[in-house]
Design a binder for this molecule. Structure first.
Ligand code: HPA
Length: 243
């Protein structure tokens, strides 16, 4: 069953007919919220609000291990994470939808593995290509079917937050090749891989990253871009359910 992890601006799926609300408790502690199981446009779907509902958890406080575990327990077989991002690549304007194919993890101190020698014995998994290519391609096709322009590929840099970055940090990330910056893409992607769940990211650009333009980054511009973009994301998910 397809699972959606809703990011900032997507704490509810309108149109979702809820059949069951799974428990928030997992062997790894509490998930951000109980996984909602239901139907959307007649198809089975799972939904989890990454920051809780209402939005309360900052990126570094999210129990990613519990979230991914909860989704697997609830029957997820593939996962799409929705992420609001800043654009480092100046050709990506607010409103752009991007499906990255690589990531760089700049976070620190997050519980980022099940194979920690305590919960599970140590194991090193392959993560050369962090996103599932077949799910990425299906998502690209679904997006285009929904009439959206989808940027296929790009490097997502995950920062610790909750503060935004300095202009020098973003310049360094640009030198590293990052086109997008967000705070929640990791360890979500690696935990999905550890659970052998195909995972892809659908990123919505909500602001140019620090120093990319002269202007200060404001919450009001981010919120306006989210308001405008979330409906389009919902259409892409609707199309994904049909392919
Ligand atoms: N930086 C990090 N995370 C973000 C940003 C940003 O500029 N915009 C939205 N999420």
């Amino acid at each position: 069953m397809l699972a959606i992890i809703g990011g900032t601006g997507l704490t509810e799926m309108t149109g979702l007919e809820v059949i069951r609300r799974h428990s928030v408790e997992t062997p790894l502690g509490a998930a951000s919220t109980g996984v909602l199981q239901g139907t959307l446009e007649g198809r089975g779907i799972l939904f989890l609000a990454r920051h809780g509902h209402p939005h309360k958890l900052p990126p570094h406080r999210i129990n990613y291990r519990a979230n991914l575990w909860a989704l697997k327990q609830a029957g997820a077989t593939r996962i799409v994470g929705i992420n609001a991002v800043g654009s480092i690549d100046p050709t990506l304007q607010p409103g752009a939808l991007v499906i990255p194919n690589q990531l760089i993890d700049y976070t620190t101190g997050r519980e980022s593995t099940y194979f920690d020698g305590r919960f599970r014995p140590l194991k090193h998994i392959d993560f050369s290509w962090p996103y599932d290519n077949s799910l990425r391609n299906t998502l690209v096709a679904a997006g285009r079917q929904a009439g959206e322009t989808i940027e296929n590929g790009g490097i997502y840099g995950c920062t610790q937050g909750p503060r935004l970055e300095t202009a020098a940090e973003i310049a360094r990330m640009a030198r590293d090749g990052c086109g997008l910056v967000g705070m929640t893409g990791m360890p979500e992607a690696v935990l999905a891989r550890e659970l052998m769940l195909p995972y892809a990211c659908l990123a919505l650009v909500v602001n140019p990253a620090a120093g990319v333009t002269e202007a200060e980054i404001t919450m009001s511009e981010i919120e306006a871009a989210l308001d405008e973009g979330i409906e389009r994301i919902k259409r892409v998910i609707g199309a994904l359910l049909k392919v």
